[in-house]
Design a protein around this ligand. Structure first.
Ligand code: HEC
Length: 137
């Protein structure tokens, strides 16, 4: 009786462990999904409908829903750029630059939520392109 119970328990624990492993590796894959720096740069500044231009235009036209939606997507990218390793430069400097980048996308999002066109313009002009490129590109 005890042996049988033990067997059932062991099977249960093993099943649980297998499930946990499958589950956690699955979610880890999702969390670790790295969006490459080049892609973030193009979406941010280079593509035809890049975030900088599009958000600037939407804010200017008073289309705050559009501006806010875009700014949310941008802030999500800002939050993950630091998961990349840059082509060059120290980890410390990269971390600092990525934090500034992320913070600036958040400032822009807040400005859109506040419908504050001036703050949007200021945020859009506050990326340190050269500083970051010199050190890491
Ligand atoms: C947080 C640091 C950082 C900031 C800030 C930054 N960049 Fe970049 N950018 C990079 C790095 C690193 C690369 C090189 C990526 C690679 O080659 O893997 C790059 C590459 C690019 C590229 C080439 C993308 C491609 O097609 O491969 C463009 C265009 C670009 N940046 C534009 C800008 C502009 C414009 C700004 C400012 C408004 C800016 N970047 C601000 C880090 C940054």
């Amino acid at each position: 009786m005890v042996r049988k119970l033990l067997k059932v328990t062991v099977a249960g624990v093993l099943g649980m462990a297998a499930w946990l492993i499958a589950y956690s590796s699955g979610s880890r894959a999702a969390d670790d999904k790295v969006v490459e720096i080049s892609e973030i740069m193009r979406k941010s500044f280079k593509d035809k409908n890049n975030y900088k231009t599009s958000i600037g235009a939407a804010a200017k036209a008073g289309k705050w829903d559009d501006a806010t939606k875009l700014a949310k997507e941008w802030a999500d990218l800002g939050a993950v750029i630091g998961k990349n390793k840059p082509p060059k430069g120290t980890d410390e400097s990269w971390k600092m630059q990525c934090e500034k980048f992320a913070a600036n996308t958040k400032t822009i999002l807040k400005a859109c939520e506040d419908k504050d066109a001036k703050a949007v313009t200021k945020g859009l002009g506050s990326f340190d392109c050269m500083g970051c490129h010199k050190a890491h590109r």
